[in-house]
Design a protein around this ligand. Structure first.
Ligand code: ADP
Length: 397
């Protein structure tokens, strides 16, 4: 069975075509910096090794990225299949839908639930709705499955999830911590426990969206993400933790709700502080060249990571492994080093050379380190492929 997995990030789009149940990857593509005039496109056919890469491609919309990928997918030389109709299902890493959780087929009710929760996840749900509708237009008969990002966090105990708000708001609206990045942390939890039975893992998924998860006995115990994706660490463009009274204060200063919202959603995070870019590579470059606000963005990001690691360490009563994943976690040796330097007292000693060299996967702690530090290349797609396959098989029964 050919299953196409589509991972729609806040600034990126990733595809993998799997043959299931063999879990064989036939081709993959990564599209970055969507919305800008200098998007990055990389396609690889994993069977014959052929690649297609374009830097500085104008990729204004998700639809442009999808069309570029589908054309390569069925191309004579580059393609993994000869017709897009051979795709038997599409699996999506979906974020949140009112009334749905876990793995579900994306019918009209689930799509309506995603629209109802546009307010909670405007950037993500809007991108997903647009990508799913685009695919529905091209492949109207192909089943589409959503694996919701909140599922992994259903194990978080209530005392770690509940906000100190009127209890009726929890009962009536479900106002409590949801946690996101579930597909990533499901994979991290499995991979990180391959070389030992680690009971207390802290996972840092750092990318366009960033979050930290406390994983106790393989299950989510706490997350830096709250009710919405607007919480926790600074994200590429989104605020992360900020005092909720910022909103009425700014309204009182004469700003409209739309202006405030734009600041929180699009003009905040690493972009908001640095004023340079929402992309850490460019922020690191600017900081190296002496830009003080770029340096400040890095410092705030690192401090917030350290703060959450400390909180989750205390909550779990220790940590026996620290994991970095996501575009920044896998690639930025600078962020990893700055974080680990600040938490040496928690039993962490980095191997400087291994840290410098590691991109993707590897242990980067020194032999003597009490806590192991591991870099794991995010593979949300495999978890989604497994879940999509399972969902389709159950439907066949
Ligand atoms: P998304 O959350 O949108 O899926 P990714 O997980 O791909 O995004 O992460 C994107 C982030 O990773 C960007 O901020 C980018 O700058 C950062 N990144 C990628 N490669 C590097 C690198 N070599 N050094 C520093 N940051 C990097």
């Amino acid at each position: 069975m050919y299953i196409l997995i589509s991972n729609v990030g806040s600034t990126s789009l990733k595809f993998k075509l799997y043959r299931m149940p063999e879990e064989e990857v036939l081709c993959e593509a990564k599209i970055e910096k969507i919305g800008s005039t200098d998007g990055i496109y990389h396609y690889k056919n994993d069977i014959n090794g052929r690649t297609h890469g374009e830097e500085s491609t104008p990729l204004k919309t998700y639809a442009a990225g999808i069309n570029m990928f589908l054309s390569d997918l069925c191309d004579k030389e580059l393609g993994a299949i000869d017709s897009v109709n051979k795709v038997q299902a599409i699996g999506f890493k979906t974020v949140i839908s009112k009334g749905f959780n876990g793995t579900v087929e994306l019918d009209d009710r689930v799509m309506q639930g995603m629209k109802d929760y546009l307010f909670i996840a405007p950037v993500h749900n809007a991108a997903y709705i647009s990508a799913i509708e685009q695919f529905r237009g091209i492949l109207p008969e192909t089943p589409m499955v959503g694996v919701f990002e909140t599922s992994f966090h259903r194990t978080i105990p209530l005392e770690n999830r509940l906000y100190p708000l009127p209890y009726e708001w929890f009962e009536k609206y479900g106002l409590a911590k949801n946690g996101y990045h579930g597909a990533s942390f499901t994979y991290v939890s499995g991979e990180a426990r391959r070389d030992g039975d680690y009971k207390k893992i802290i996972g840092c998924h750092l990318g366009g969206s960033s979050s930290i998860c406390a994983i106790k006995d393989g299950k989510s115990f706490d997350s830096s993400f709250g009710f919405s994706l607007q919480t926790g660490l600074p994200h590429a463009n989104r605020s992360g933790d900020a005092d909720p009274y910022v909103v009425p204060f700014l309204e009182d200063q004469g700003m409209s709700f739309e202006e405030i919202r734009e600041g929180l959603d699009k003009k905040g995070g690493l972009l908001g502080i640095s004023g340079v870019s929402n992309d850490l590579r460019e922020i690191e470059e600017a900081a190296n060249a002496g830009n003080e606000r770029a340096q400040l963005a890095i410092d705030v990001f690192v401090t917030d990571i350290v703060r959450y690691i400390g909180a989750f360490y205390a909550e779990m009563g220790g940590m026996d492994k620290l994991v970095f994943t996501g575009g920044i976690g896998e690639n930025s040796s600078l962020i990893r080093r700055l974080v680990c330097e600040r938490i040496g007292h928690l039993g962490i000693e980095l191997d400087a050379q291994k840290n410098e060299k590691t991109r993707g996967n590897g242990i980067i702690s020194a032999e003597a380190s009490k806590v192991k530090v591991q870099v794991i290349a995010a593979n949300e797609e495999l978890g989604i492929a497994r879940e999509t396959f399972r969902c389709l098989k159950e439907k066949e029964k």
